[in-house]
Design a protein around this ligand. Structure first.
Ligand code: NAP
Length: 278
């Protein structure tokens, strides 16, 4: 696919951060419609107003993607107004930190994190994937996972678990689409290290793992999405650490990740966004 020109694009968590930047890319490429979903009503209204100033149609709906009922109702509205979604970004995500897992709350932290990060992308995909499979046009499903879905890390256990699950689910759907001969629908799983959007405020970089610029991650993800690439992993150090798992004993891998790469202490000063709002 060369661009999303003429396509109907839906982005969850689009009020700010990378979701908003994905919307800007879709507008720049002259999508037929850009639909923004988010739970943050005020920020969503402001973003919709700003992004809607040009001549590309930008609409929005306050949707809490934890709710299957809300997704179904909003999905109906989307199909009524714009027809089937052709490019879907499952981007909404949350993190609760930075305590050890046993110090966190099962509902406020664990259930909440898994509901938004893991179940919600599956629910939203249930809503729009059948339309994509039936469509004759090129379609894309982009799922925002995380490097934390590959690399275990202290003080973010529920988040890592929620993203680990996304990777397994997302890449399995990719295989299913190929097996079912729906090759016009491509799935891209995006796995970045910390990105400077505010979501992970306070999290530290490590010598081999610099904090990423949101625009760089969005640009790479966009390229991967258009190409129909299975994965976008940033930075490449994450791929190295994933490869290490296969042939290095766990205690040596832990030593390298902790003492050489330095990743196991990056969450100690985490403040984050959801944490501030809780
Ligand atoms: N930032 C990073 O370091 C990083 C690294 C790897 C992967 N990722 C992933 O990349 C994606 C985007 O991250 P980001 O940094 O751009 O996030 P962000 O700036 O915090 O924006 C996320 C947006 O999603 C919204 N949202 C949260 N829960 C929602 C729900 N239940 N329903 C609908 N919208 C909801 C948020 O609203 P509220 O503000 O009201 O919660 C916010 O507007 C996430 O999936 C994240 O896990 C991020």
């Amino acid at each position: 696919m060369k661009s999303v020109m003429g396509k109907t694009v839906l982005i969850t968590g689009a009020a700010m951060g990378m979701g908003r930047l994905f919307a800007e890319r879709a507008i720049a490429e002259r999508a037929a419609a850009v639909i923004l979903w988010d739970v943050a009503a005020e920020a969503l209204a402001a973003t919709t107003k700003e992004l809607g100033k040009g001549d590309v149609e930008v609409t929005s709906d306050v949707v809490d993607v934890r709710s299957l009922e809300a997704i179904r109702a909003a999905g109906e509205r989307v199909r009524g107004d714009h027809g089937d979604v052709e490019v879907l970004f499952n981007n909404a995500g949350v993190v609760r930190g930075n305590r050890y897992f046993w110090e966190t709350d099962p509902e406020r932290d664990t259930e909440f994190t898994v509901a938004v990060n893991t179940l919600a992308p599956m629910f939203v995909a249930h809503e729009f994937l059948p339309g994509m499979v039936d469509s004759r046009s090129e379609c894309r499903l982009v799922n925002l996972a995380s490097a934390a879905g590959f690399t275990a890390n202290p003080r973010m256990a529920a988040y890592a678990g929620s993203k680990w699950a996304v990777i397994g689910w997302s890449d399995s759907v990719r295989l299913e689409l190929a097996q079912a001969d729906a090759k016009h629908v491509k799935v891209t799983t995006v796995c970045p290290y910390y990105v400077k959007t505010g979501m992970f405020d306070g999290a530290k970089s490590a010598p081999l793992l610099p904090l990423l610029e949101p625009q760089d991650v969005v640009d790479e993800s966009w390229k991967g999405m258009l190409n129909g690439d299975a994965f976008v992993v940033m930075p490449k150090t994450v791929v190295l650490s994933e490869m290490m798992k296969g042939f290095i004993p766990t205690d040596i891998k832990d030593f390298i990740a902790d003492r050489i790469i330095g990743v196991y202490h990056t969450m100690e000063d985490f403040k984050g966004r959801a944490e501030q709002q809780a």
